[in-house]
Design a protein around this ligand. Structure first.
Ligand SMILES: NC(=O)c1ccc[n+]([C@@H]2O[C@H](COP(=O)([O-])OP(=O)(O)OC[C@H]3O[C@@H](n4cnc5c(N)ncnc54)[C@H](O)[C@@H]3O)[C@@H](O)[C@H]2O)c1
Length: 308
């Protein structure tokens, strides 16, 4: 490591601590960037936190493009934004279909313009043990939760590089940081989404674009949107969608690299890298995490019928 590199390591560490302290004292808004007139594309904007993020970003003057396989929900999001005086367009896109993704991206470019913030948010969950999960469900989970991110990034990153302005947001999960019972396909797709974000961040840095193309990865605990309906959580309170959406939008506006919700769960992730696997398994058992999915119902049947 050269002296200059060492100096930058120190500089960016001190800067992060400084920003943390200033945020504590003065609030996040001090570091907010202007997004008025920016085109923001949200996948899965037809419900849950995707819809709430669309609404919040539109309230700050962003032009929203929402993609969802659920045409009705997607249109509802647009109507809600328009009612508040915002601008939004809905496209019905099945993210499991790569050709549809590229075609929709061309349409967005022609009909709306250059996307500068891409939020890969759509996600699905099977909620069954590996042997009870059909091959097609596993493939669908990977298609939506991570492969679609590749197609949207390939579609929208080139224009971001050309205009030297962009932000790619990956909505992953705490399940992208540690494994869980009955979530083998979900966790592995979310680990992949986290890996995609981390590697893309390195690549953009190495290629000299990291000053103007930002990346953010979001890892929330369970949220009461219906996606994880039936999950039992005795130790940690289930998160409110509006709080998560607010936290994510705050993080995007202040160019945060990683958002873990609630923040203190980062400590358990640190523990995971220090404790032996068996100790971690028994700790999860004691806190009820291993049985959390036993009464899971989710909204899989709903999503399946919409994607057919
Ligand atoms: N709900 C939670 O507990 C939780 C926790 C951590 C992370 N997350 C993640 O947050 C994101 C949003 O989740 P949510 O809770 O708002 O869920 P949600 O089910 O309310 O929203 C997901 C949206 O994705 C859309 N979608 C699903 N398959 C699609 C496809 N093939 N093509 C296009 N759109 C498709 C759905 O129609 C839906 O509108 C997901 O990536 C999820 O994995 C959720």
């Amino acid at each position: 490591m050269g002296l200059m590199d060492a100096w930058k390591v120190v500089f960016y560490t001190v800067l992060a601590v400084f920003k943390f302290v200033v945020t504590l004292v003065a609030g996040d808004s001090i570091f907010f960037k202007e997004i008025k007139g920016d085109i923001v594309l949200v996948t899965g904007g037809g419900s849950g936190i995707g819809r709430l993020m669309c609404l919040k970003l539109a309230q700050r003057g962003a032009i929203i493009v929402t993609w969802d396989v659920n045409a009705k929900g997607n249109q509802e999001t647009v109507s809600m934004i328009q009612k508040e005086g915002g601008k939004a367009t809905a496209y019905t896109v099945d993210l499991t279909n790569k050709e549809q993704v590229y075609e929709a991206a061309d349409k967005v470019r022609q009909e709306v313009g250059t996307v500068s913030i891409l939020i890969n948010n759509a996600g699905i969950v099977s909620g069954s043990s590996i042997l009870d999960t059909s091959d097609s469900k596993i493939i669908q989970t990977f298609d939506v939760n991570v492969l679609a991110h590749f197609w949207t990034i390939k579609a929208f990153l080139p224009a971001m590089l050309e205009t030297r302005r962009g932000h790619i947001v990956t909505i992953a999960s705490i399940a992208g940081q540690c494994g869980a019972n009955k979530l083998v396909d979900y966790c592995s797709s979310k680990f992949a989404a986290v890996g995609l974000n981390d590697s893309l961040t390195v690549e953009l840095f190495r290629q000299g674009h990291s000053d103007y193309i930002k990346t953010t990865v979001v890892c929330p605990y369970v949220i009461s949107t219906g996606m994880f309906a039936g999950v039992q959580s005795s130790l940690l309170p289930i998160l409110e969608p509006k709080d998560v959406a607010e936290r994510v939008v705050t993080g995007i506006l202040s160019d945060q690299d990683m958002i873990i919700i609630p923040g203190w769960t980062a400590l358990t992730l640190a523990l995971k890298s220090m404790l032996p696997v068996k100790a971690m398994l028994w700790m999860s058992q004691a806190f009820g995490f291993n049985t959390a999915m036993d009464q899971f119902t989710g909204r899989l049947a709903d999503t399946n019928s919409k994607t057919k």
